[in-house]
Design a protein around this ligand. Structure first.
Ligand code: DC
Length: 226
């Protein structure tokens, strides 16, 4: 049986950085489910689908074959056989992902792939609905969060480092809007699973959060062995 670590939480809480580190330490694969929703969104954008047209999203998503593979330990997302890692991180793709991810047909297709990956491999999987919907029996479930101010500051620093000028208040209001969308949607809303451990990373370092998760894995292992 595979070992499954589920990490959910809002955008900017540090999920991918932490999940990647935990996966490395444990020798598991890291599955970034947000990247799959982004690949689907990218496909919809290339087909000029209107983000408000649920029917067009439903129909068009059937033609997107999304899979993942690993190169040097890094997840590569393939959209109809093509590596799209380099084109899915833009704001436009993020906004389309936010608009299209509530669609039940989109979720159905991607959730199936995520469940298959976790059945065949030991995984650290991050997203919004991993502990609640995708892997309800995960061995360890984490709900990783941080205040919107701290998340905005992290994003601001990230963009500034790349030489991109931006406005911190605008970033924070975008984050709050995205949280609201993810938490209030009908299908698979963002919320902590009942058995998830809540971790607030606002005033924690990456290593501290990683250690909390690794400790939980050890405790869970011991409990299983008792
Ligand atoms: O984590 P991210 O920003 O790369 O995610 C992109 C979008 O996909 C975001 O709007 C939430 C959505 N998403 C989702 O609905 N379910 C997941 N398991 C992962 C991401």
């Amino acid at each position: 049986m595979s070992y499954q670590i589920a990490i959910d939480g809002p955008a900017g809480a540090g999920k991918s950085t932490i999940a990647r580190k935990v996966a490395k330490q444990k020798g598991f694969i890291y599955v970034d489910t947000g990247a799959m929703y982004r690949a689907m969104a990218y496909y919809l954008l290339t087909k000029n689908v209107n983000p408000n047209d649920a029917q067009a999203i439903e129909e068009t998503c059937q033609n997107a074959d999304i899979t993942i593979c690993y190169e040097a330990g890094e997840q590569v997302v393939l959209l109809n056989g093509e590596n799209v890692n380099g084109v899915i991180r833009s704001e436009a793709v993020g906004n389309m992902a936010s608009a299209s991810s509530p669609n039940p047909r989109v979720r159905e297709r991607l959730t199936l792939l995520q469940k298959e990956l976790a059945k065949a491999n030991n995984v650290v999987m991050d997203g919004r609905d991993i502990g609640t919907c995708v892997l309800p029996d995960a061995d360890v479930k984490i709900y990783l969060t941080a205040s919107s101010k701290v998340r905005a500051k992290r994003r601001f620093d990230e963009l500034s480092e790349k030489g991109i000028s931006c406005d911190m208040q605008q970033i924070e209001s975008d984050i709050i809007k995205r949280d609201e969308q993810d938490m209030t949607r009908e299908v698979a809303p963002l919320r902590p699973a009942e058995d998830a451990v809540l971790v607030d990373s606002s005033y924690m370092t990456i290593d501290e959060v990683t250690d909390v998760i690794l400790d939980l894995c050890e405790k869970r292992k011991k409990r299983k062995e008792l």
